[in-house]
Design a protein around this ligand. Structure first.
Ligand code: M6R
Length: 591
């Protein structure tokens, strides 16, 4: 789970690779490195951030070719030695790699027997040495790559420099890789965002393809070595830019983009009458007797809300954590339809699930924010969030966009015209929260910032909100937190409540509000310090935050801003790196 970049023919190669890695560091930020080629190969790499790496490179360094890498460690500690780029043992090749080579130990032993030496703990070093091994026999880099691809098993997006050549060789399987097409220059990167300032024309490599870029052009070959004519695609610059726009952190900026994102989605998906989805998709959903949702983390939480939307209209659903389902696939019903949800479209657990679904011949819909991502290209149907790039590791606007997308989908399947009006109302309430409630949330953040355990309580939609609020808090503030369904309290978790235990409670669902008030009494009488977030008609004196009324089914869309602010302020008060929490990465491409 890493990011790679490369360029040939750019006069300011250093600027491109460094800025590119900064843009891609959402994919991992343990260490970073670059290699410049001017006939020779010069490598600079460091443990730590791209900024730190940049500060160690002499100002005059440029390359006719350059490759770069930002790492989320899988094999080997995140130290300087294990950072990419890696040189082959004969120093003929330098490589950057995103992915995991499953059979690297076996290949490594074989290469060791052949006298190849290794200096890192990484699986990547096996690829570069295998390429060099085959190159020694044939003297042809493309043939060496093709032979290597036949031997390695696993995922890879690779950029490779060969000593003395002004080319970057590429190879791809199950990790994303795009080439950027320019006049007198060509680029590569894990996604389009580092390249968008230079070109809006891209070539998306498919699995098991390889080739190269050079100043004047590029070539792509399939697994059998046949040349492939690739279609060029254009991408919208506005949705790919990474800029803070005056905010201190991307997370805050992205929370505050929630309302414009809903409005943008409404423009995309709502017509004067009806909704603009593929009619074939809508018929498939209408015909299905069971909808299976698959997602991880926040996306799984969005699937719970979406599942409830469909169930309320009479279609049974089941939401599964993708990493669990992948090893125990279940297909309830006679005509199930599978919906995968993934902001990045690259999550390895979901890619595993998709394989299982495809093997059984079922069709799939992916709901994603990333056009051209692995899942977007591999599923039968895709529904794009149009939320703009989400940089902060903590998913905020993408979560809300996922729920909104699911809501539009249900509305399209069941002709629910009222949804458009309700969402307009939701936008107004969210705008009001963004304008007026930050100080109230900050007060709660101040009160809970030094706690060791925090509980979130809710029922129904409020329970789904609790799950998401709790994940967000633990992810960026490193405070242990747990979401509990109100009714489950008495079945165990209430034993954890003692004098002063902080409990955040959502009371926004008419159906369950009275029971939740009962639960509040139960925890209060055991000493809990309770912070209630409620809606006006369900509110009581002493509630911490009271939001104006809206239809309950919109809770996850509206109240999430409060939950996200709370996590954000706690993390800021604790002095943590909000956008890049420890041990995590934005795109989780390992199982
Ligand atoms: O890209 P995906 O939506 O598939 O990612 C799934 C999870 O890794 C992700 O939602 C994660 O839980 C977030 N960092 C939570 O904020």
């Amino acid at each position: 789970m890493c990011g790679i970049v490369g360029c040939v023919g750019l006069p300011q190669s250093r600027r491109f690779v460094i800025a590119g890695l900064q843009t891609l560091d959402y994919r991992g930020y343990d260490s970073a490195g670059v290699a410049f080629g001017n006939g020779d190969i010069k490598i600079f790499k460091e443990a730590g951030s791209v900024d730190f790496l940049d500060s160690t490179i002499p100002p005059s360094v440029e390359g006719r070719v350059a490759i770069g890498h930002t790492r989320w460690a899988t094999h080997g500690k995140p130290n300087k030695n294990n950072s990419h780029p890696h040189l082959s043992s004969g120093k003929q090749f330098a490589i950057v790699h995103n992915g995991v080579i499953d059979n690297y130990l076996e290949l490594r032993s074989r290469l060791l027997e052949d006298g190849v030496s290794f200096s890192t703990d990484t699986d990547t070093e096996v690829i570069v040495n295998l390429i060099e091994f085959h190159f020694r026999k044939t003297g042809d880099v493309l043939k060496a790559i093709a032979s290597t691809m036949r031997e390695i098993e696993g995922s890879y997006a690779v950029g490779l420099i060969h000593l003395g050549e002004d080319r970057i060789y590429v190879m791809k399987n199950a990790s994303p890789l795009l080439m950027g097409v320019g006049k007198d220059f060509h680029l590569l990167a894990s996604d389009a965002s580092p390249m968008i300032e230079y070109t809006n024309l891209f070539v998306e490599l498919d699995d098991k393809e390889y080739g190269y870029i050079e100043k004047e052009g590029y070539r792509v070959f399939d697994f059998d070595g046949n040349p492939v004519e690739k279609q060029r695609v254009t991408k919208e610059a506005e949705l790919l830019r990474h800029t803070l726009n005056g905010y201190d952190h991307y997370m805050m900026k992205e929370i505050e983009e929630i309302e414009p994102v809903i409005r943008r989605m409404t423009n995309y998906y709502c017509l004067d009458e009806g909704f603009s989805f593929d009619p074939e998709l809508i018929s498939k959903l209408r015909e299905s007797d069971h909808i299976i949702f698959l997602g991880c983390g926040t996306s799984y939480h969005a699937s719970l809300v979406g599942g409830r939307y469909f169930e309320e209209m009479g279609i049974p659903t089941a939401s599964y954590i993708a990493s669990e389902w992948a090893f125990h696939p279940m297909f309830p019903g006679k005509k199930p339809f599978v919906i995968l949800i993934s902001q990045s479209g690259e999550t390895a657990d979901l890619i595993h699930c998709l394989k299982e679904v495809k093997e059984r011949g079922f069709e799939t819909l992916i709901i994603t924010n990333t056009k051209g991502s692995t899942l977007e290209r591999a599923c039968t149907y895709s529904l794009l969030l149009h939320a703009g790039v989400e940089v902060s590791v903590a998913s905020t606007k993408a979560y809300v966009a996922q729920v909104v997308a699911l809501l539009f989908l249900v509305a399209a399947v069941f002709d629910l015209e009222y949804v458009k009006k309700d969402l307009d109302k939701a936008c107004r309430v969210i705008a009001h929260i963004h304008k007026r409630y930050k100080d109230n949330v900050k007060e709660i953040a101040e009160a809970i910032k030094n706690e060791g355990d925090i509980f979130y309580l809710g029922r129904g939609y409020d329970y789904y909100m609790s799950l998401e609020a709790s994940l967000k808090l633990k992810e960026i503030s490193y405070i242990h937190s747990e979401a509990i369904a109100g009714g489950e309290l008495k079945h165990g978790p209430i034993a954890l409540i003692e004098e002063g235990t902080p409990v955040v409670v959502f009371v926004t669902d008419k159906l369950t509000a009275a029971s939740m008030r009962g639960n509040i009494k139960e925890v209060e009488s055991r000493g809990a310090k309770v912070y209630v977030i409620s809606t006006s008609e369900l509110s009581k004196n002493g509630d911490a935050i009271v939001v104006e009324d809206y239809p309950s089914y919109l809770s996850s869309i509206i109240i999430s801003s409060i939950a996200f602010y709370l996590a954000y302020y706690v993390a800021c008060l604790k002095g943590y790196n909000v956008d890049k929490p420890r041990n995590l990465a934005k795109s989780v491409t390992v199982e």
